[in-house]
Design a protein around this ligand. Structure first.
Ligand code: NAD
Ligand code: USQ
Length: 398
């Protein structure tokens, strides 16, 4: 059994992860500064599901399972000394790092949100790396990265798991070198993930830290075995134009009779993973750490790819929802292919839950149950990548 610290353990991925590992018998602790809840207040929107306070969540879990999860209210981007003290005192084996501002649209909203995203994400990641080194402990750091670090241009090849062999020089004397797959971020948020990757490469080389970076696709679903044990353990469900992600948004939109909001052509291809597979991937990553001195271990944490338009059509056929093609608020390729290797997780035993109409009812049920909590004015995405996208949107009426 391991001593696991979950950074960002009050969030959409972090909360079910904390419950899952606590349930498996590990000693779990959480750090979170509740910034995600504060951003909801700032935006005037709430999770579709009525999430309990972190105190109620943890009291309920202790009552049901008999297990305690200590919680530290701490801002990782500024409270370095407290972080170091907590790490030294608890001697964690594993730290799972979810604690970043994770919405691409929010990161593009205005100069405040751009600057916040950069300083929050990069300082948090760097403080964690620095604290692990200063603690002198042999901790395995697992970070939640993003498929978006690779960019979404058509690559005409299968995207490898993090590294690429490149050959250069004359035919007679070519040199082959392994490099990190060239980053190509499509938002300020994704840019911070590419910076994280550089910091991981540096700290693993300079300080021999053991680091796993999980390049995760879009997580869909919301319920896990543990979150459904009690109403107070319910996970968050973001549906708004900034934080809601595409498949969960479409399912929720169909449940409340709103047209499915396809951006642009809908020919953008993206990578997806179900939330229960996310948990399985963490188990695999924890059980297969890199050795000290190894390079950063990079897994592509996704199970399948879909075009946005195809997802909308599948849901529309099932529910007779209207599909609404809208001007794209984002600057992104109107069409791209995406072939991704996820061999590492498959070889280590991941058996994916794939997108299918059989899995949808679980999500639409939740969306229908809490539909009265939806404020329709927050559904359309209104964070624009530049004035061009803002102008295009203003020329349309809905
Ligand atoms: P989330 O916003 O729901 O959770 C992040 C948590 O971190 C929040 O509870 C927030 O309060 C906390 N946090 C943020 N900054 C902090 C700081 N400085 N100090 C302490 N706590 C802080 O996001 P999520 O959807 O759970 O995503 C978790 C991670 O997984 C993110 O890094 C994200 O980039 C990555 N990811 C998410 C998805 C997805 O579809 N949700 C897909 C790929 C990767
Ligand atoms: N899209 C629509 N309609 C919508 C919402 C989105 O067509 O109503 C389109 C977007 O324009 C984009 C695609 O769907 O082309 C995906 O958007 P998204 O909001 O579902 O996902 P994204 O912004 O890429 O970000 C999410 C998470 C982020 C994570 C990333 C994984 O918020 O934390 O890193 O997925 S990945 O996309 O693989 O980089």
């Amino acid at each position: 059994m391991k001593n696991i610290l979950i950074l960002g353990g009050d969030g959409f991925c972090g909360w079910p992860t904390a419950l899952h590992f606590s349930n498996l018998g590990h000693n779990v602790s959480i750090i979170d500064n509740l910034s995600r809840r504060k951003i909801d207040v700032e935006l005037g929107v709430e999770s579709l599901t009525p999430i309990s306070s972190i105190e109620t969540r943890l009291e309920t879990w202790e009552r049901i399972s008999g297990k305690q999860i200590p919680f530290y209210y701490l801002d990782l981007s500024i409270e370095y000394d407290r972080l170091l003290t907590i790490i030294k005192k608890n001697k964690f084996d594993v730290i799972i790092h979810f604690a970043e501002q994770r919405a691409a649209p929010y990161s593009m909203k205005n100069s405040h949100s751009k600057r916040y995203t950069v300083s929050n994400n990069i300082n948090a990641t760097h403080n964690i790396l620095c604290a692990i080194v200063e603690s002198g402990l042999d901790i395995h750091l697992i970070h939640l990265g993003s498929m978006g670090v690779y960019g979404y241009g058509t690559a005409n090849m299968e995207i490898p798991e993090g590294y690429l062999d490149v050959c250069f020089g004359e035919a007679s004397s070519t040199v082959t070198k392994e490099i990190l797959y060239p980053p190509s971020p499509g938002s300020i948020y994704h840019m911070t993930k590419t910076q994280d990757a550089q910091m991981f490469a540096y700290y693993s080389q300079n300080d021999n830290l053991r680091i796993t970076d999980l390049h995760q696709g879009i997580v869909w679903g919301t319920i896990t075995a543990e979150t459904k044990l009690h109403e107070n353990l319910i996970n968050r469900f973001d549906y708004d134009g900034d934080y809601g992600t595409v498949l969960n948004r479409f399912l929720m939109q169909s449940a409340i009779g709103h047209p499915l909001t396809v951006h642009g052509t809908g020919l953008q291809t993206r990578a997806f993973i179900h939330i229960t597979d996310t948990l399985k991937c963490f188990e695999i990553a924890i059980n297969n750490p890199p050795r000290k001195g190894d390079k950063v271990k990079i897994f592509n944490q996704m199970t399948e790819t879909f075009r946005v338009r195809d997802l909308a059509n599948i849901i529309s056929e099932q529910t007779e929802s209207e599909v609404l093609y809208m001007p794209n608020p984002r600057k992104e390729d109107s069409e791209n292919d995406l072939y991704v290797s996820n061999k590492c997780f498959l070889d280590l035993g991941l058996n994916p839950t794939l997108i299918s109409t059989e899995v949808f009812p679980e999500i639409t049920e939740i969306a229908s149950k809490y539909s009265s909590r939806c404020n329709k004015k927050y559904i359309l995405a209104k964070s624009y990548w530049s004035d061009i996208e803002r102008q295009n949107a203003n020329n349309e009426t809905y």
